[in-house]
Design a protein around this ligand. Structure first.
Ligand code: CUA
Length: 331
């Protein structure tokens, strides 16, 4: 019953946020809808139990209260088979009503979709960022995963370090990312939009900042995105950006990869930066603009404590500007 109130409170708080793209109460796909149905069912059952128990309690306290002149201990009653059976059977029935749809929804979420009707995306969680790879499309990105609407997306998840959990409340979930294990979560968006996602397993200092975005496009627009990612514009457009590219090759490429730029090394310990300029946020938390990127490069620890990126404060102001120029131009 306590859990019921906590859940109800959580639902009320969620509803109060009013953020359309991050609410279990505003599902944007079949998984989210089936989960919202479960939330209503369980909240309904729990509310019913609270009301019935409270009503019985109030009735008993009132009906058997001490009246003036009654000083002896009342007659003591022990055992009632009828009542024992009743309050054992009713909770069993309620738990069955909860369990059957919950278990069936859990299995549906984990069901392998038909390969022809789905798109596979490999997800790897790291402290504190998300790597996304489209094995059939030859595309890699980080922190923002683009998907077509109306398609089942077969997210295959694992972790590169500790346990994380993937949750995009509007779409459904969530699912743990365990090192050495592949977990599956099949999600589908039925309308275009930006859906906020969060890490929901405590994973270190910046767990609360380990955000991602699921960006759902109509299919034609998604195809355009894939084409642009396969053929990204990774060459510098200005002299400053050329200087930046040189600095990237000296400072960044050991950890980050930029496809189409002609770098010999493709670092894998940090997020893939292909078409970085098109991302909406830096490191999943900060609006992607030049000012923020400059501050991030100078000291990433201020924004996301505990992340593995070192500060580039040894670079001059001009060198930082060159880096920013080149990275922002990656489209
Ligand atoms: Cu990753 Cu919390």
């Amino acid at each position: 019953i306590g859990a019921g109130w906590v859940l109800l409170l959580a639902v009320i708080i969620q509803a109060g946020c009013g953020h359309p793209s991050q609410s279990v109460l505003d599902p944007a796909g079949p998984a989210g809808r089936s989960q919202l149905g479960l939330i209503y069912l369980s909240t309904g059952i729990m509310t019913l139990v609270v009301i019935v128990v409270a009503a019985i309690y109030i009735y008993v306290v009132y009906r058997f209260r001490e009246r003036p002149g009654e000083e002896e201990i009342p007659e003591q009653v022990e055992g009632s088979r009828k009542l024992e059976v009743l309050w054992t059977v009713i909770p069993i029935i309620l738990l069955v009503i909860l369990a059957v749809p919950t278990i069936s929804a859990t299995f549906t979420l984990n069901k392998k979709p038909e390969p022809e009707q789905s798109m596979r995306v490999n997800v790897v969680g790291f402290q504190y960022w998300w790597g996304f790879e489209y094995p059939d499309l030859g595309v890699q990105t980080a922190n923002e995963v683009h998907i077509p609407t109306g398609t089942q997306v077969d997210f295959q998840m694992t972790s590169g370090d500790v346990i994380h959990a993937f949750w995009a409340p509007s779409l459904g979930g969530k699912q743990d990312l365990n090192p050495g294990i592949q977990n599956r979560l099949v999600l589908e968006a039925d309308r275009p939009g930006v859906y906020e996602g969060r890490c929901t397993e405590l994973c270190g200092a910046s767990h609360a900042l380990m955000n991602f975005r699921v960006i759902a496009h109509p299919p034609e627009e998604f195809e355009e995105w894939v084409a642009s990612m396969r053929n990204p514009s990774s060459q510098p457009q200005t002299p400053l950006a050329s200087e930046g590219k040189k600095l990237v090759s000296q400072n960044c490429i050991g950890c980050h990869a930029i496809d189409g730029a002609g770098f010999e090394i493709k670092g894998r310990t940090g997020p893939n930066l292909t078409a970085f300029g098109k991302r909406t946020r830096i490191a999943g938390v900060w609006e992607n603009n030049k000012e923020n990127l400059e501050a991030w490069l100078k000291d990433p620890q201020v924004v996301k404590p505990g992340n593995r990126m070192p500060a580039f404060d040894h670079l001059s102001k001009k060198e930082i500007s060159a880096l920013v120029e080149y990275l922002s131009d990656l489209k």
